[in-house]
Design a protein around this ligand. Structure first.
Ligand code: FPP
Length: 233
C-alpha cells in the first residue's frame, strides 16, 4: 500500500450487540473487544501507522449500569498490567487522553505510570481515549488558555489553530487522517471534534469483536484510494 495514514482513530463499537447476538453477557463482548484491540495495535504497528487512537470510554459512558462501568475500568487496568511488557517490546509509546479526575485512583495511577514508562519509546504511539469527551476537551483547552493568559501573561492576540491545539489533550499529536467506526453506527459521538475536521471517515457494519487485521487492512485500502483536498481544488 503506498498511502498509509499517519494517524488512525477508531471508535470501537458493538461489543454489547456482538455478545447479545450470541446470547452472552455484555462483558464477554468487552473481553473479546480487548483481544481485538490488541490485534489491531499489532497490525497498525506492522503496517507503519505512527499513531493509533482507540476510543475506549466516553464521558457519557458513566450513565451505563455501575457494574458495567466497573468492569470496563478493571478491563483497562488488566490490559495495562498484563500487556505492558508486550507493548514495551514493540517499542510502543502509550498516551491517555481524557479527564483523569473522576477515575478510580488505582486506574489513574496505572495510566500515569504506564505513560511515563513508555514515554521514551520511539515506535507507534497508542492513544487511549478514556473518560474522554470532545466538547469537554475543547472547554478544558479554553480554560487552560485563559489561565495561561491571566497567570503567565500569554499573549491573547494572534491565537491561531496551531497554538490552540497545544492546549488540547492531543498536544503534539497530529490530527487523525482516518477515522474508523465499527458496528454500523454513523456518528461521531463527541469524539475528537476539533481534530477530525479534515479526517477521512470509514464506517463498517462489523461489530468491534469481529474487526480483525483483515478488516483493518480493508479500511486502509479504502483510505489509500481517497483524494484529500483540505478545502482546496
Ligand atoms: C463499544 O461497545 C465499546 C465500548 C464501550 C468500549 C470498550 C472497549 C473495549 C472493552 C475494547 C478495547 C479496550 C481496551 C482496554 C483497549 P458497546 O458496549 O457500546 O456495544 P453496543 O453499542 O453494541 O452496546
Amino acid at each position: 500500500m503506498d498511502k498509509i495514514p499517519t494517524h488512525v482513530a477508531i471508535i470501537m463499537d458493538g461489543n454489547g450487540r456482538w455478545a447479545g447476538e450470541r446470547g452472552l453477557a455484555r462483558s464477554h463482548g468487552h473481553r473479546q473487544g480487548v483481544k481485538r484491540a490488541e490485534e489491531i495495535i499489532n497490525a497498525a504497528s506492522r503496517m507503519g501507522v505512527k499513531v493509533l487512537t482507540l476510543f475506549a470510554f466516553s464521558t457519557e459512558n458513566w450513565s451505563r449500569p455501575k457494574r458495567e462501568v466497573g468492569m470496563l475500568m478493571r478491563l483497562l487496568y488488566n490490559f495495562l498490567a498484563g500487556r505492558a511488557e508486550k507493548l514495551q517490546n514493540r517499542n510502543i509509546r502509550f498516551r491517555m487522553i481524557g479527564r483523569k479526575e473522576n477515575l478510580p485512583r488505582y486506574l489513574s495511577d496505572k495510566l500515569e505510570n504506564f505513560q511515563a514508562k513508555t514515554a521514551g519509546n520511539t515506535g507507534m504511539t497508542v492513544v487511549l481515549a478514556f473518560n474522554y469527551g470532545g466538547r469537554q476537551e475543547i472547554m478544558d483547552a479554553a480554560g487552560k488558555y485563559a489561565l495561561d493568559v491571566l497567570k503567565n501573561g500569554a499573549v491573547s492576540s494572534g491565537l491561531d489553530e496551531e497554538r490552540f491545539g497545544g492546549y488540547l489533550y492531543t498536544s503534539g499529536i497530529p490530527d487523525p487522517d482516518l477515522l474508523i467506526r465499527t458496528s454500523g453506527e454513523m456518528r461521531l459521538s463527541n469524539f475528537m471534534l476539533w481534530q477530525l475536521s479534515y479526517c477521512e471517515l470509514y464506517f463498517t457494519k462489523t461489530f468491534w469483536p469481529d474487526f480483525g487485521a483483515k478488516e483493518f487492512e480493508k479500511a486502509l485500502k479504502s483510505y489509500a484510494l481517497r483524494q484529500r483536498r483540505f478545502g482546496s481544488l
